[in-house]
Design a protein around this ligand. Structure first.
Ligand SMILES: [Zn+2]
Length: 404
């Protein structure tokens, strides 16, 4: 059977979107077998596939995503529901080490569950370790009750099989990596104010702090840690983007000497006043992923730049960056899915608590659903970079189906 051009187009776009805009003819052909392609017709079909690949490679990633919306219904249900696709680079003897890293702004809701359970599904499939890591190194953005709430939700969603880690308990580790980066000439203490630095970055120029000696940087770092040294906003630790990658002229402005740690005197709900220098997410995340031996990461596609930054930190320590898959967003048009907004509404009395049946929180849903329902929803959603709109009713219809 000869597969229609539009169907080939759908598979090419689907493959391109899941591979950073580049489609692979082999993967497209294997998808087309689901659409009735016969082995003896592969030779005839291949040139068509390659022609369409070269056509769509001229489109930007956003244009590809848009085009896929038009063609995606041509992909048969069977292909979509095939279950979890294999991850690349899996050591089948050791399994995988994966993580879910919520910030402590409230309890978990279905948006968290969709992402987290996909990683958990893979740990169940291959064996290995699943880590829940609370990212609380910004002392200003913490809802103190979130620690216990997230633990309770995690125990339910992940069958108590998760390792539970709190970043602010690991500060000494982040400090030791900060010093190691300075000693390797890959970080420096920058005293420019924010606007000044942004101007340097725009003009692709180095600020004067960039050429300080390692000894001077170590002293300045100690002055960041010391209460009598720099004040808030007076100094920041920056990554020194390798000159081989363009340094301050890196083609992506977001990669130019990004910040690693800053001074913030705000009292931390868990650590109180013990620390005044806090790692920013690219430092703490890279350090933890190195130390925990992360093998695979599934994260929201908004984190693409952060992944690239963290990869540069990995390279300083000559460590292999974990395989990373990016997930598109699910937009619920008729449901509030912001942990901090839900927190506000609970504190103000609009809802009776985190388990108020009107809320899309795990605490409300655990009364009705088994954790398997959430695992299977994630498996059904799969590893797709395409954004999706979903209505509340449709989500719960699926969850009911998966709860049987
Ligand atoms: Zn500077």
């Amino acid at each position: 059977m000869i597969v229609k051009k539009d169907v080939i187009m759908a598979y090419v776009l689907k493959n391109a979107i899941s591979h950073k805009g580049k489609a692979y003819s082999g993967a497209v052909i294997s998808g087309l077998f689901n659409e009735g392609l016969k082995k003896e017709d592969v030779k005839k079909t291949m040139p068509k596939v390659q022609e369409i690949i070269s056509e769509i490679s001229k489109l930007s990633f956003e244009e590809q995503e848009k085009a896929f919306e038009k063609f995606k219904d041509l992909i048969s249900e069977r292909e979509i529901r095939e279950g979890l696709p294999e991850l690349p680079d899996v050591d089948l003897k050791k399994g995988v080490i994966m993580r879910f890293a919520p910030s402590p702004s409230g309890a978990l809701h279905i948006g968290h569950a969709i992402t987290a359970c996909l990683s958990y599904d893979y740990v169940k499939k291959y064996g290995g370790k699943f880590i829940v890591r609370i990212e609380d190194t910004n002392p200003e953005n913490i809802y103190p009750k979130a620690y216990n709430l997230i633990k309770k939700d995690s125990d339910f969603l992940f069958n108590k099989e998760e390792d539970f880690v709190i970043q602010s308990d690991r500060m000494d580790l982040y400090y030791s990596y900060a010093v190691a980066l300075i000693e390797k000439g890959s970080a420096y203490v920058c005293e420019c104010d924010g606007d000044e630095f942004r101007d340097f970055a725009k003009k692709k120029k180095n600020c004067l702090c960039r050429i300080k000696s390692i000894e001077r940087n170590i002293k300045d770092w100690e002055n960041m840690l010391n209460k009598k040294g720099f004040g808030e906003g007076e100094a920041i630790l920056r990554f020194k983007t390798p000159d081989a990658l363009g340094g301050m002229a890196h083609k992506n402005p977001a990669m130019r000497d990004f910040p690693l740690a800053r001074i913030n005197e705000t009292k931390h709900p868990r650590q109180s006043k013990k620390y005044r220098v806090w790692p920013l997410m690219n430092l703490s995340v890279a350090v933890d992923d190195i130390e925990m031996g992360m093998t695979h990461i599934i994260r929201a596609k908004e984190h693409r730049d952060n992944s690239e930054r963290q990869k540069m930190i990995f390279e300083v320590f000559e460590r292999k960056f974990p395989w990373t898959g990016f997930l598109g967003r699910i937009h619920f048009d008729d449901m509030e899915l912001s942990a901090s907004q839900i927190t506000k509404d609970i504190e103000s009395g609009k809802y009776s608590g985190w388990d108020d049946p009107k809320l899309p929180t795990i605490q409300a849903l655990m009364k009705k659903y088994k954790p398997e329902a959430f695992w299977r929803f994630s498996e059904h959603r799969g590893l797709s970079e395409v954004d999706k709109h979903l209505q509340k009713a449709e989500y719960f219809r699926l969850l009911d189906e998966f709860n049987k």
